[in-house]
Design a protein around this ligand. Structure first.
Ligand code: 5GP
Ligand code: ZN
Length: 114
């Protein structure tokens, strides 16, 4: 069993409602959704935070962003709009130490975030 909960999801050891997966990226619904669509996208590789990304991760992270746009299409939020956001560190409220991007949509959102 993986120590990291999101590595566990990626490995299929922790149950999650996956909406997409390939060799580099896994996407699944957030267990505590903050919007009608709330999908988390992770690189399969365990990287604890954005601060720890290295050059070899560029391809996976770039791919992840494109996958997010495709999921937005599937979720019918591409036209109405969505937010793709990654929290890094305590001030941002990062609570899981495996790089992840939130894809949020289906309602209007305020800016700046609280
Ligand atoms: P963060 O606060 O680190 O930016 O986001 C972590 C997100 O992961 C939260 O929105 C939280 O609801 C979600 N989350 C935490 N544990 C699990 C889990 O086991 N399964 C799923 N699907 N989402 C999780
Ligand atoms: Zn991990």
């Amino acid at each position: 069993m993986a120590e990291c909960i999101f590595c566990g999801v990626a490995a299929g050891e922790v149950s999650a409602e996956k909406v997409y997966e390939d060799d580099a990226v896994v996407a699944f619904r957030d267990i505590n959704p903050g919007a009608p669509t709330h999908v988390l996208l992770i690189p399969r590789k365990h990287v604890p935070s954005l601060n720890k990304l290295v050059a070899e991760d560029d391809e996976a992270v770039g791919h992840l962003v494109r996958v997010a746009t495709q999921i937005a299409e599937q979720e019918h939020i591409a036209e109405s709009g969505y937010r793709l956001v990654a929290n890094c560190g305590s001030h941002a409220g990062q609570s899981v130490d495996h790089v992840h991007f939130h894809l949020l949509g289906g309602r209007a959102m305020g800016w700046p975030p609280g």
